[in-house]
Design a protein around this ligand. Structure first.
Ligand SMILES: [Zn+2]
Length: 93
């Protein structure tokens, strides 16, 4: 069956749900405790410069699988492949 694993319990920084995770596999985000979001993000979800003091006070917070799935959907939407311009400019011949 499954091998013994050292599991940890933490609180998802997005939905605040407690969940058990494998520390070696869990996704963590650097979270600024003053804002509850990663340094470099504004509360509106836009990018802003991450101040060194914001990074210094930030800690790694675990992300639960549910929110991880949503984050990946969001990331995919944000990182949609750029339009391809293979036919532009038009070839000379
Ligand atoms: Zn969550």
């Amino acid at each position: 069956m499954s091998e013994e694993r050292e599991m940890a319990t933490g609180r998802c920084f997005v939905c605040k749900r407690e969940f058990t995770y494998d520390p070696r596999e869990v996704i963590t985000f650097l979270i600024d405790p003053q804002t509850g979001i990663p340094p470099g993000f504004s509360v509106l979800g836009t990018m802003r410069p991450a101040g060194p003091e914001a990074v210094a006070r930030s800690t790694d917070e675990p992300l639960c699988p549910d929110c991880q799935g949503r984050a990946e959907q969001y990331r995919d939407a944000m990182n949609a492949p750029p339009p391809r311009w293979e036919s532009w400019p038009p070839a000379g011949n």
